[in-house]
Design a binder for this molecule. Structure first.
Ligand code: AR6
Length: 207
């Protein structure tokens, strides 16, 4: 079977699944889910926003999150003083179904002379995960940070992300404050295939 078929046989949630209580049969393994959906529809404890350094909104997933959260999100963001690339800041979620939004700023892939994009992308994911743990949050959903407007090639981004997640989960094994579930919420069909391949390679299903 192809990688995608293999994961389909594991009952991967399809687009339209909005529940935060993913049934166990839809888990990729016991701590990770891969879904295709609009991240603003998820009622997980916290979603991650692929923001820019101003934190004052933009297009793509950032625009969608601000639209769905309502103007109070922008109000809170304007008091945060922006955010550095690779760093993350947390806010409430206002009209969104989730409880919190973690805003992180991915690297612009082709910004010549700037820091290593892979290091920065991994930092976005790691810092967001750490912030969620610090706030006692148990479920977090990520979009494919930097792979839209910021131009990070999809397969390179997915590989870096899955490696970072694996490292994070291994390091937090046995920690009572550990996250229960990390959800990768992709928008584009091609990201589903790329992520499925990377998971198979770096984080095979445990069941
Ligand atoms: N739910 C999940 N994923 C989405 C959604 C959604 N509703 N909408 C888009 N995506 P991008 P970046 C996917 O461009 O590359 C903004 O203007 C999209 O298909 O949103 O980090 C910010 O303000 C793509 O796979 O973020 C920054 O200026 C992924 O989300 C800049 O864009 C990321 O695409 C950040 O660029």
């Amino acid at each position: 079977p192809t990688v995608t078929q293999l994961y389909r046989t594991k009952k991967l949630p399809s687009a339209g699944s909005t529940s935060s209580t993913f049934p166990p049969s839809q888990y990729l393994n016991d701590r990770i889910s891969l879904i295709r959906n609009d991240i603003t529809k998820l009622d997980v404890e916290c979603i991650v926003n692929a923001a820019n350094r101003s934190l004052l909104g933009g297009g793509g997933v950032d625009g969608a999150i601000h639209r769905a959260a309502g103007p109070r999100l922008l109000e809170e963001c304007s008091g945060l003083g922006g955010c550095e690339t690779g760093d993350a800041k947390i806010t409430k979620a206002y009209d969104l179904p989730c409880k919190h939004v973690i805003h992180t700023v991915g690297p612009i892939y082709d910004s010549a002379g700037k820091q290593d994009p892979e290091y920065m992308l991994r930092s976005c994911y790691r810092t967001s995960l750490e912030l969620a743990v610090q706030h006692g949050l148990k479920t977090i959903a990520f979009p494919a940070i930097s792979t839209g407007v910021y131009g990070y090639p999809h397969h390179l981004a997915a590989r870096a992300v899955v490696q970072e997640i694996r490292q994070f989960l291994e390091q937090s094994k046995g920690d009572p404050n550990a996250l229960h579930r990390v959800v990768f919420c992709n928008f584009e069909p091609r990201d589903m295939d790329v992520y499925a391949q990377m998971f198979l390679q770096y984080l095979p299903p445990t069941a």
